[in-house]
Design a protein around this ligand. Structure first.
Ligand SMILES: C[S@@+](CC[C@H](N)C(=O)[O-])C[C@H]1O[C@@H](n2cnc3c(N)ncnc32)[C@H](O)[C@@H]1O
Length: 296
C-alpha cells in the first residue's frame, strides 16, 4: 500500500478527502461515510455542521487527532471503539475494547423479553454476560419495577456497563455481579426465584472464529465471542444451570448463531425440564432467539 501523505494545507475539506482516500485504499468498505464520522468526532461537531466547515483551517492538534483516528481505522480497529459509542434500541451506549459492540440482531432479544414481562412488575430478570450492559440497561429503561441482575465474568466489562446505566439514569435499577454464568446468584436468591434469564452468550465456534473479519477477531474480546468447539457450549450450560434459579413457568431467552437452532433444541431435549423450544427468526430470516420455559 502507498504511504498516506497528509495534505499541506490542512483545511477540514482537505482532511476529509485525505481520510476518505486512506480508508478506501485500506479496504474499509464504508470508507467514504466513515471519514465524515471520524472528522465529526475529531472536530466535535454534529453531522450537518461538517459540510459548512470545509474551508476552515484546522489546528495541528486536530489534524494530529485525525491522523491517529485514521491510522487506527486503517489498521481495522472498529469504528465504534474509535467513536466510543454504539446505538442500541434507540439508546446510545459507551463501548471500549473491553466489551462486545452491541449488534442490531440483539434488539430481538429485547423485544422478546419486554413482550413477556411488561405486565409482571414484580418479576426478577437476570442478564447473563451483560458486556456493555446494552440488554440490562435497555430493559431497565423500558420496564417498570422489575428487579434486574446483570452478570459478567469480566470486571472491565462491568465497569463499562455501569457507566451506561448511569448514562441512562437506571443505575439504581440494576444489581451488578461478577462471576461465572449464574453462579453469583447463589446465596443471593433462593432457588426458583428468577422469572426470566436472558443471555446473548458467546456463540462463535473455535473454527469460525479464525475466519472472522479483523475488526472482530483482532479487536473485540475473544471471551465475548467464542463459545467453544461447537459454539453452543454456553447455551448448554445456561439450559442446565438456569433450572436451579428459574421459577416453574419461568423463561430462558437466549440469542443463537445462524444454524445453531437444531443443536440447541437437541440439547434442551437431552437436558429436560423445559417445554419444546420456541425459535424466533430475525429480520433477515435467521433463527436468532430461542425461548425455553421451565416446566419441572
Ligand atoms: C456476546 S457478549 C454479549 C454482551 C452483551 N450482552 C451484548 O449483547 O452485546 C458475551 C458476554 O459474556 C461474557 N462472558 C463470557 N464468559 C462468561 C462467563 N463464563 N460467565 C459470565 N459472563 C461471561 C463476556 O465477557 C461478554 O461480555
Amino acid at each position: 500500500m502507498a504511504a498516506l501523505v497528509m495534505p499541506e494545507l490542512k483545511t477540514v475539506g482537505a482532511l476529509v478527502a485525505w481520510a476518505r482516500q486512506s480508508l478506501v485504499q485500506a479496504g474499509v468498505s464504508n470508507g467514504v461515510q466513515e471519514a465524515m464520522w471520524l472528522l465529526e468526532h475529531a472536530l466535535e461537531v454534529r453531522s450537518h455542521q461538517l459540510v459548512s466547515l470545509m474551508d476552515r483551517l484546522v489546528s495541528p492538534d486536530v489534524w494530529g487527532r485525525v491522523e491517529i483516528l485514521v491510522a487506527r481505522r486503517v489498521a481495522r480497529e472498529p469504528l465504534q471503539y474509535l467513536l466510543g459509542t454504539q446505538e442500541f434500541c434507540g439508546l446510545e451506549f459507551s463501548v471500549s475494547p473491553a466489551v462486545l459492540i452491541p449488534r442490531p440482531e440483539t434488539e430481538l432479544l429485547i423485544h422478546q423479553v419486554i413482550g413477556r414481562v411488561q405486565s409482571l412488575s414484580e418479576a426478577t430478570i437476570v442478564d447473563v454476560g451483560t458486556g456493555s450492559g446494552c440488554v440490562a440497561v435497555t430493559l431497565a429503561a423500558r420496564l417498570n419495577g422489575q428487579r434486574i441482575f446483570a452478570i459478567d465474568r469480566s470486571s472491565e466489562a462491568l465497569a463499562v456497563a455501569m457507566t451506561n446505566a448511569a448514562r441512562h439514569a437506571v443505575s439504581g435499577r440494576i444489581e451488578w455481579l461478577e462471576g461465572d454464568l449464574l453462579a453469583p446468584l447463589r446465596g443471593r436468591l433462593p432457588e426458583g426465584a428468577v422469572d426470566l434469564v436472558v443471555s446473548n452468550p458467546p456463540y462463535i465456534s473455535e473454527s469460525d472464529w479464525a475466519g472472522l473479519e479483523p475488526e472482530v477477531r483482532v479487536f473485540e474480546p475473544r471471551m465475548a465471542l467464542v463459545g467453544g468447539e461447537q459454539g453452543t457450549e454456553f447455551h448448554e450450560r445456561l439450559l442446565r444451570e438456569s433450572r436451579e434459579f428459574l421459577a416453574l413457568g419461568g423463561l430462558l431467552v437466549m440469542e443463537i448463531g445462524a444454524g445453531q437452532a437444531p443443536l440447541v433444541r437437541q440439547l434442551a431435549e437431552q437436558i429436560g425440564g423445559y417445554t419444546a423450544l420456541r425459535i424466533i427468526e430475525d429480520a433477515a430470516g435467521i433463527e436468532r432467539v430461542v425461548i425455553a420455559q421451565r416446566v419441572e
